[in-house]
Design a protein around this ligand. Structure first.
Ligand code: NAX
Length: 329
């Protein structure tokens, strides 16, 4: 049988953690034949709650769960890890400005990026979920870089929830099953500025754009619905998305490790300068995954409407990057 893979989850005592850990331990992320060791990081004040979550993990008697470590020390949490899910982040408190939020998170992701750079397995794949996730992934990547161990391309951000939200909206609009919809993209930042682009989407060979044939719906309904979905869930549930976020994290990592079977999925990855996105920025793009690697879908035509949307979300990312530039030194 296979030897266990070490999986790190940060913010493990939080809401997303509570949906995520059980699915990782049951084999939904890395495969039903792949044992895992969970290495769980959270703050000192969350260790008691984390101990409770671990009791529940034990009570599931998962055959694939080969061990669990709980710690508040990033050096321990990231030791030899091959899959790191960075969920824990500083939430925006009352009266907190966006720049304070960026600065607080920059501190966390500088420390965690450096710990990954020093202690993780060299092939460690990193997914940042904690917001602002693109810029947090950027900071972690830059902080790991100086150790020259884990490659920059292994630092990714989660756009998959936006991708899944958009798929579901397109499915309701067209009456076509989600499983029939191929070639969706969500460009840019995980924020209301993201651009869900269905120009290339097909369903059983039909062009979905032609099926819908309604530009006003795209502009006035689809894009705002997907962009503001997180806020709509907070409004309805009184809490932010957790199970759907955990599900998207599972989808992202499963496809990265096990492949997307030739299908496009959206990942926030380090830009190589293509599509007019400056090098180094973590930006949502379409990828196909196979053999543990992702490959950007290249050469897509960008029309005027799309260019404008892609530049708008890029501008926000560039502002975020500028906002943390001096913190990175
Ligand atoms: P919770 O507040 O329930 O849990 C966060 C956990 O992180 C807490 O247990 C906290 O103690 C821990 N934590 C804070 N700082 C830490 C640090 N420095 N090291 C380790 N652990 C730390 O939040 P939850 O609902 O689980 O959401 C977590 C993050 O996901 C938030 O930043 C949230 O904004 C983000 N989201 C990102 C999404 C995406 O699509 N990229 C969607 C869902 C979610 O909103």
């Amino acid at each position: 049988s296979k030897s266990p893979i070490r999986v790190t989850v940060t913010g493990a005592a939080g809401q997303i953690g509570y949906s995520l850990l059980f699915r990782i331990a049951s084999g939904e992320m890395l495969g039903k034949d792949q044992p895992v060791i969970l290495q769980l990081l959270d703050l000192p004040q969350a260790q008691k709650a984390l101990a409770g979550v671990i009791m529940e993990l034990e009570d599931c008697a998962f055959p694939l769960l080969a061990g669990v470590i709980a710690t508040d020390d990033p050096a321990v949490a990231f030791k030899d890890t091959q899959a790191a899910l960075l969920v824990g982040a500083r939430p925006r408190g009352p009266g907190m400005e966006r720049k304070d939020l960026l600065a607080e998170n920059a501190k966390i992701f500088t420390v965690q990026g450096a710990a990954i750079g020093q202690y993780a397995a060299p092939d460690c794949r990193v997914l940042v979920v904690g917001n602002p996730c693109n810029t947090n992934a950027y900071i972690a990547k830059e902080s790991a870089k100086k150790f020259g161990r884990v490659p920059s391309k292994n630092f990714t951000a989660m756009l998959r929830l936006d991708h899944n939200r958009a798929l579901s909206q397109l499915s309701s609009k067209t009456g076509r099953p989600v499983s029939s919809l191929k070639n969706l993209i969500v460009w840019g930042n995980h924020s209301p500025t993201m651009y869900a682009d269905y120009r290339f989407v097909t369903s059983n060979g039909d062009k979905v754009k032609a099926l819908i044939n309604d530009e006003a719906w795209n502009r006035d309904v689809f894009l705002p619905t997907v962009g503001k979905r997180g806020a709509a869930i907070i409004e309805a549930r009184g809490l932010s998305s957790a199970a759907s976020a955990a599900n998207a994290a599972i989808d992202h990592m499963r496809d990265w490790f096990l492949g997307s079977n030739g299908e496009w999925v959206t990942m926030g990855i380090e830009s190589d300068g293509s599509y007019g996105i400056p090098e180094g920025i973590i930006y949502g793009v379409p990828v196909i995954t196979a053999n543990g690697e992702f490959k950007r879908v290249e050469g897509l035509e960008i029309d005027e409407f799309s260019r404008e949307k892609m530049n708008f979300t890029l501008k926000e990312l560039e502002e975020e990057r500028a906002g943390v530039a001096d913190l990175l030194g």
